[in-house]
Design a protein around this ligand. Sequence first.
Ligand code: AHM
Ligand code: MG
Length: 340
Amino acid sequence: MHLGTSITQFIIEEQRHIQGATGDFTSLLNDVVTACKVISNAVSKGALVGVMGSAGSENIQGETQKQLDVITNEIMIRSNEWAGHLAAMASEEMDDIYPIPAKYPRGKYLLVFDPLDGSSNVDVNISVGTIFSILRCPGEGDAPSAQAFMQPGTKQVCAGYAIYGSSTMLVLTTGHGVNGFTLDRDIGEFILTHPNMTIPADTKEFAINASNQRFWEPAVQRYVDECLAGKSGPRAKDFNMRWVASMVAEVHRILTRGGIFMYPLDSKLKQQGGKLRLLYEANPMGMIVEQAGGVAWTGYERILDIEPTGLHQRVPVILGSKNEVETVVSYHQETVGKAA
Ligand code: AHM
Ligand code: MG
């Protein structure tokens, strides 16, 4: 019988190469992995356990919360608060930070997450996921504040997502490439199935919500027009298009076969800065994409370089295959300074 590499083994072996590592980070990651297994279970039971539909509440961004948004947020908190690795957590579903309660030891890391990204898809049985990012907590001993989370994406110690699709997978980077693990439900372990995931530099597949077309900036409009023009247009190739409305599914597709994903700035979103959130969507996905050889920009700057100013700050996101993202970025650069 062939025994695959479990995620636990993989993390411990990776940690062994880091001088002075205490095992704290390994244990924290194990707790996050456990939470993702519990969430996978809850999501897959669906209507059998009566968790579909709205929770009848709104999050801080004015979005209606699904029952599963609330449940999965609770699972992440309960799984990660007790072990002494974290100082605080922050999530899409909580207005403010969640400092570790005084009854538990306070650790040196911060955990930021979107417990159920793409949850508008959950009632229709389309892939959803959990996105997470781990940061070091600055100011040892101080009670953590929201300010502690205001670190650019380049400071992430680890980023990952779990995708609850036809199989459950966990994709992870600690800054040394990207690895994918598939949940073997018979033994309850994630097994390394996708070592060293890489994004091809070229692609013929783009993803954007075309219903926003009338609001797009000229650079995005031009890029998409050129894709749609196909073989006889300036790009001289036919493109395919996908839009799942679940960022984890889009990023997972791009990590598997290449592509470009865009939730760009447009006139409708200008005031709020974009649609997707920097700390728990754009930064972790940006780190994963870069570690797989891709590029993640807003159109105007590298996502990981942004100095955050708010827990729920939104940014435009254009990420994926290097040559395509760089093409869109060059179109943005041409329009900078020109009136739209
Ligand atoms: P959510 O965190 O509330 O689920 O919102 C984020 C999701 C992304 O997964 C996805 O890319 C985007 O929202 C889809 O937006 P739209 O419905 O505008 O197409
Ligand atoms: Mg989300």
